[in-house]
Design a protein around this ligand. Sequence first.
Ligand code: SF4
Length: 257
Amino acid sequence: MALHREIGPMPDSIIFADTGDELPATLRHLDWLESEIGRQTNGQIAVHRVSAGRRLSDDIRARAEGRLKPRQDGRPGRFVAAPFFTANGGQGRRQCTREFKIEPLTKKQRELLGYKARQRIPAGSCEVWIGISTDEVVRAGAAFDRWIVNRFPLLEERMSRTDCAAWLRQNGYPIPPKSACVFCPYRCDSEWRWLKENDPDAWKEAIEIDRMIRATPGMRHAEYLHASRRPLEDVDLSTAEERGQGWLLECDGGCGL
Ligand code: SF4
């Protein structure tokens, strides 16, 4: 929409934080987006891909297999929690968003502004656009750092996901797949079903992670990817029922931007 001069000013940079566990379809869309932006702007706007330097799934596997390196004081190795559903009716903490999305994004923003780590940046130095639509308005919030001002252009335009898809179609662009980790538990049944029917490798990986988190050493309660707290492979995904949560609870690290 910025390239079409429908929102402005033109951004200086576009940053995508990759947890290392995105769906191949998302990465293919990002490749397309990057080349399209390059073509339309003659390379004037850089698209950066950043990461935490490791895959989130590696952390999950290391924890499940008891391979976390113990800390110096003898306590169990540090683990970045993901919001898996627990057998006691709860849900794990969502540390993954901060460590695998927000921190790599913030680090790149700091670097692009020309500041070193821990160097003071004047308040409001960086305007960050986040593509939250009206269906997920509850996710829109202030930035953690004073030097960042979050802006939500789709909310300003009162655009829902359906409006976004309509705009893309009108302009001859493809509709992007949802950006999320293969095993992200913030999926409703129709989204799990999509994964099962459209990406067998990703579905296999989600099943593997789901089995793995059931018997994690040191965990008081078994964990599940599906909100029903049943093994993902046993869940009947044939209904179109939406659970009223799904992506309203999704990762708020700006996935897909
Ligand atoms: S997509 Fe889901 S699992 Fe991945 S970082 Fe975001 S909340 Fe965590």
